[in-house]
Design a protein around this ligand. Structure first.
Ligand SMILES: C[S@@+](CC[C@H](N)C(=O)[O-])C[C@H]1O[C@@H](n2cnc3c(N)ncnc32)[C@H](O)[C@@H]1O
Length: 434
């Protein structure tokens, strides 16, 4: 067996998808890690990755990137806030699996506080295998890109957005326990039925079918009978093998991707066996010890716009900011006069005019597939790689098998020297044509 095959096996044992872990897909990632560690051969690197969990983590990070931001998919937090406002059971408990640098669990905690729940009654458990990402979460300095999206008005007081950083109030952070671990293993000791909200977003896209199923079973078991499961935009309960049990709980909020059990009556509640004294295994435990009470922070600087924010995206990220936008009703129909004139300008070779009109439509909030395709093509033609890439990523988010967009993205990634990402796009494009 070759060294790359051995490394692929290690990654697949961590439930990563075989398309992302084939020798071709990991070749340049491994070269990069070899350069970083000063190791001269793939064989020696395979040995290191097998014996060092820290190095294995660095390798995994190249595939499952710790990419996240505050209030990602804002409408899901509207659903969550309504859920928390309805719920009288205390404490409220939420689980964030694959929390990356913490923006997701901090957003959950801020939502609970905004719903009027006392911080002592808010318990959020956040799990991720990436120690560097968790370290960033611990530090509270989430970085500029953590505030790339819209922050609801009701959450502004808990978030501080600075020109080069974003932070959440200490009281919000204090509601969150950050824990290093991987699903499903890290979920095994948790009490069944004990989480009112379970977030598992933008992890499934990296996982094998078997990995998603085994994690899905566990998530289902951990969710309270009346709890809500929150997924990413490319994800559905079916992806986790849970289609029959769940239905939308988005309450008219497009883009929330919230799911509740079809019936709660038939659902088993909790098991009586508790494996240890961990507070996640006993809802009746005393509330957490908290540091100082809430010190709301005021927002000082507006968030960066989605358009500027995508330029600094971690290169390996395949999910995009189209996430929030995909399900947003489009104010401009793809067949509107304005859109047709943009397309006509592009067809006639006047790319500048086409870009100008398409940008104007985009500024109205339109994120339709047709518009993003046009923007991708036009900016590509104008040589604006950053904007082209941003639009094309949104295209493949909404239409994951859009071969043309995938191939353009591969070329753009290749141009800036990210061979690994280019390869992943090519593989996806190949899948789309097979
Ligand atoms: C794209 S981030 C998702 C962040 C956040 N959930 C969101 O949607 O904004 C993917 C995260 O999955 C984590 N991850 C990878 N394998 C995992 C596993 N087996 N269990 C839990 N998290 C995992 C990575 O470390 C990375 O931080």
């Amino acid at each position: 067996m070759s060294a790359l095959e051995r490394i692929g096996d290690l990654l697949r044992a961590a439930h990563l998808d075989s398309a992302l872990t084939s020798p071709e897909a990991i070749r340049s990632i491994v070269s990069e890690r070899r350069r970083a560690t000063g190791i001269s051969s793939d064989d020696a690197y395979a040995d290191l990755a097998a014996r060092s969990s820290a190095e294995f983590g660095k390798l995994r990070e190249q595939i499952a990137v710790p990419e996240t931001w505050l209030f990602r998919y804002p409408s899901s937090f509207e659903v969550l806030r309504a859920q928390f406002m309805r719920q009288s059971r205390r404490p409220i408990r939420a689980l964030s699996v694959a929390c990356a640098t913490g923006a997701e669990p901090f957003s959950i905690a801020a939502t609970a506080m905004a719903a009027g729940i006392h911080p002592d009654d808010i318990q959020i458990l956040a799990i991720d295998p990436n120690p560097d990402a968790l370290q960033r979460a611990h530090s509270g300095d989430l970085g500029r890109m953590a505030a790339r999206g819209e922050i609801p008005d009701w959450a502004q007081q808990y978030v501080e957005v600075l020109p080069n950083n974003a932070r959440v109030a200490p009281a919000v952070r204090a509601c969150v326990e950050l824990r290093e671990g991987s699903a499903p293993a890290a979920l095994l000791d948790l009490e069944r039925g004990s989480f009112d909200a379970v977030f598992c977003r933008n992890l499934a896209i990296y996982l094998s079918d078997a990995g998603r199923k085994v994690i899905g079973e566990r998530l289902e078991a951990l969710l309270h009978p009346e709890g809500i499961l929150y997924l990413g935009h490319a994800e559905r309960p079916a992806l986790f093998g849970l289609d029959d049990q769940f239905q939308s709980a988005s309450s008219g909020q497009p883009g929330a991707f919230a799911f509740a059990r079809r019936t709660t009556a038939a659902t088993e509640t909790t098991s009586n066996t508790k494996s240890n004294s961990d507070r996640w295994n006993d809802r009746s435990n005393a509330p957490l010890q908290r540091p100082n009470p809430a010190r709301p922070l005021g927002t000082t600087v507006p968030s960066p716009t989605a358009a500027t924010s995508t330029t600094n995206r971690t290169s390996g990220e395949l999910a995009t900011t189209a996430a929030e936008q995909a399900a947003t009703p489009s104010p401009e129909s793809p067949h509107s006069k304005l859109f047709l004139s943009a397309r006509a300008a592009a067809d006639g070779g006047d790319l500048r005019r086409a870009a100008e009109i398409a940008d104007r439509i985009h500024s109205t909030g339109d994120r339709s597939l047709a518009l993003m395709e046009l923007l991708g093509a036009v900016h590509l033609g104008l040589g604006d790689s950053t904007r082209a890439e941003s639009a094309l990523r949104q295209v493949v988010y909404m239409d994951p098998q859009n071969v043309e967009a995938l191939l353009h993205l591969a070329i753009l990634a290749e141009r800036r020297g990210d061979e690994a990402l280019a390869q992943r796009y090519r593989l996806r494009a190949a899948k789309g044509t097979s």
